[in-house]
Each structure stands twice: as structure tokens, then as C-alpha cells.
Design a protein around this ligand. Structure first.
Ligand code: SF4
Ligand code: SF4
Length: 140
């Protein structure tokens, strides 16, 4: 995939915000792509995780918040386990999800954002996931 960074849009503000929110130093990524090779949802997203990091490093702007990997990522941590530099991609994805909501980026229709919202509300209420509260049809 060709990555285009337009002149005048090469600020590092989104990168710095993501680093601040996630606590992850993305500058150490050297694009070995081990994360992408093991990504559980690689065939279901428009970009692999290594591309997200590279686009942030190159100064991607708000358009990155429209990327569907932000919502397709299942937080399996495979990328984190494989990364030789210990980059915690799950925290990066969490930060990008929060930014996508805060900045009203295009959020895909369907069950993923709905599930994410329901999951976070359960954690906020119970302090953890609470499976016992689910009925046989999955409703809390
Ligand atoms: S595995 Fe780590 S160092 Fe390699 S491309 Fe992915 S994030 Fe970068
Ligand atoms: S945590 Fe997300 S980005 Fe990383 S391997 Fe799993 S699905 Fe892919």
C-alpha cells in the first residue's frame, strides 16, 4: 500500500498525543513487521499494525483515526508478544479508539463499537469483566 504524507500535514501532534496517552515509545519501531505477520485480524483490516506505527512516525494526521484496524483489533496482544522492541500495540489501539471517539472520526457501523462501549461500561461498573451477569442470550 502506498502511504502519502501531504506537505503541510507532517506535524507530529497525533504521534505525540498517542505516545502521551498510551505511554508507548513508538520511535523505537524499526519496521521489522513481526507484529503484522502475526496479527489475528490481518485479513480483515485495511492496514497491518506496523503500518499504523509507520504512518504515525511519518506525521499522519486525523485521517489515521478512520483506519478500520482501530476497531477490528481484538486486543489479543500477539503483536506485543512478537515485537522485539516491546511495543505495546494494544495500548496504542486503545489510545486511537479513544481519540477516534473524542474527535468524532468516522466510526464503523455495526457491533464492534457497540460491543466496545458495552464492555467498557461493564468494567467501569464492576471493576472487571462480569460474565456471571450475562443471561443465556448474552444480555446483562
Ligand atoms: S514488531 Fe515492533 S518493531 Fe517490528 S514493526 Fe511491529 S511494532 Fe515495529
Ligand atoms: S492486538 Fe490487535 S493489532 Fe495486535 S495482533 Fe492482536 S488484533 Fe492485531
Amino acid at each position: 500500500m502506498t502511504i502519502r504524507i501531504r506537505k503541510g500535514q507532517t506535524g507530529k501532534r497525533l504521534l505525540n498525543t498517542v505516545i502521551e496517552m498510551s505511554g508507548v515509545d513508538l520511535s523505537v519501531c524499526y519496521q521489522c513487521k513481526k507484529c503484522s505477520c502475526g496479527c489475528t485480524v490481518l485479513n480483515h483490516a485495511e492496514s497491518p499494525p506496523s503500518e499504523i506505527v509507520r504512518r504515525l512516525q511519518l506525521g499522519a494526521g486525523e485521517e489515521l483515526l478512520n483506519n478500520d484496524l482501530i476497531w477490528t483489533c481484538v486486543s489479543c496482544e500477539t503483536c506485543y508478544a512478537r515485537c522485539p522492541m516491546g511495543i505495546d500495540m494494544v495500548s496504542v489501539m486503545d489510545a486511537l479508539r479513544r481519540l477516534a471517539i473524542e474527535r468524532r472520526a468516522k466510526i464503523p457501523e455495526g457491533n464492534v463499537p457497540l460491543f466496545n462501549n458495552a464492555f467498557l461500561k461493564t468494567v467501569k461498573f464492576f471493576g472487571r469483566t462480569y460474565d456471571l451477569g450475562s443471561g443465556p442470550d448474552g444480555n446483562v
